[in-house]
Design a protein around this ligand. Structure first.
Ligand SMILES: N[C@@H](CCC(=O)OP(=O)(O)O)C(=O)O
Length: 344
């Protein structure tokens, strides 16, 4: 039987020192632990830290998007060299895998990515993934590497996604780590919605959105820190950070891929009748649409919301946002075919 897939995402702050440089002691510990875990898992490491590693090479660095791109292009090879140094001792090679959004939105490209990763695992090579920041402009960017790690976990059918953050876990109202969360309900959302610190790049609010998507597709998500020893092993044992229990899921690979494309492009609010029809595997008709948010084009994947503003699924749409808006609640045009709809 094939080993299950484990995706580990490292935020910049978890692997950096106070002065912004990469913490080699942490990288060594990460390599030592992943080397042991790779006996039982096919592992993908998603590592941020390229911008931090490269920014000292940019004169008068102020953090503009162009400076960040340039810093990332200098910094990622530095980061990869460090990983190489510590993984090489265990006989593991590392591969730099720089991804862009279209690698995920185009099914053919995604399948090629999958094939290459399979070749990595068959050759004892660890893929170290980051966004290809150099060519990612604002409109095309992943919102952050939490999104990229989630897309990989969903698309590669991972059993578990570990997201490492300097906060150390998901905090309750008293700022204590909640060890296990069975379901992301309004209560849980409430802990982050009013907390300004959770809103930024890689903040807890977006982590929760991606965690909801991953758990609803059957992936266990652990948000944890790198303070303890045996970071990942203790996380897998429920002894480090917060474990989000996966929901039962029977989705096929294509449906998972469809669902993973849903994260940023747009929202369609449905009336109760349409929500019911979709749950019964019917196509989405424009007559059942109440509101359209975002600027998607035909063929893109958008989120479906019910009356209570909850995300109930995703659909690959046949109309662009403008066409759909012009037909809201009016014509019985097919907005998305039943085969292109996934209800969670
Ligand atoms: N691609 C960028 C990271 C962007 C990002 O999501 O950073 P983080 O919130 O620290 O995970 C880099 O490597 O610096």
């Amino acid at each position: 039987m094939q080993k299950p897939v484990l995706v580990i995402k490292l935020g910049s702050a978890t692997i950096s020192k106070a002065d912004g440089s990469i913490n080699k002691i942490i990288i060594k510990k990460i390599a030592d632990e992943i080397a042991v875990l790779s006996a039982n898992w096919r592992i993908v490491l998603v590592s941020s830290g390229a911008v931090g590693s490269g920014k000292s090479s940019i004169q008068n660095y102020k953090g503009s998007i162009t400076e960040r791109k340039a810093a990332a292009a200098v910094g990622n090879p530095i980061l990869i060299q460090l990983y190489h140094k510590y993984f090489h001792r265990h006989g593991i090679s590392v591969a730099q895998a720089l991804c862009e959004r279209h690698h995920f939105s185009n099914r053919l490209q995604f399948l090629q990515l999958k094939e290459t990763f399979t070749a990595f695992w068959n050759n004892n090579i660890l893929p170290v993934v980051n966004e290809n920041d150099l060519v990612s402009n604002i409109e095309l960017k992943f919102s952050d590497n939490d999104e990229l790690a989630t897309l990989i976990a969903v698309g590669f059918d991972a059993a578990t996604l570990i997201v490492c953050t300097s906060v150390g876990g998901f905090l309750d109202g008293e700022k204590k780590i909640i060890p296990v969360i069975e379901k992301i309900d309004k209560n849980i959302q409430g802990y982050v919605q009013n907390d300004k610190s959770s809103l930024g790049l890689g903040g807890m609010l977006s982590k929760l959105t991606f965690t909801r998507l991953a758990t609803s597709l059957g992936i266990k998500v652990i948000i944890c820190g790198l303070k303890k020893t045996d970071f990942f092993t203790s996380a897998l044992q429920g002894l480090n950070g917060t474990t989000f229990i996966p929901q039962k899921s029977n989705f096929k690979a294509r449906q998972k891929w469809l669902a993973s494309g849903s994260i940023t492009l747009g929202n369609i609010a449905l009336d109760a009748g349409a929500a019911k029809a979709l749950a019964n595997r019917k196509s989405l008709l424009t007559v059942g649409i109440k509101q359209v948010e975002g600027n998607f084009t035909s063929g893109e994947v958008v989120q479906l919301m019910n009356d209570a503003q909850e995300i109930i699924g995703v659909a690959k749409v046949k109309l662009d946002a403008k066409e759909m808006r012009s037909q809201i609640a009016q014509k019985n045009t097919v907005a998305a075919h039943a085969d292109d709809i996934v209800i969670f």
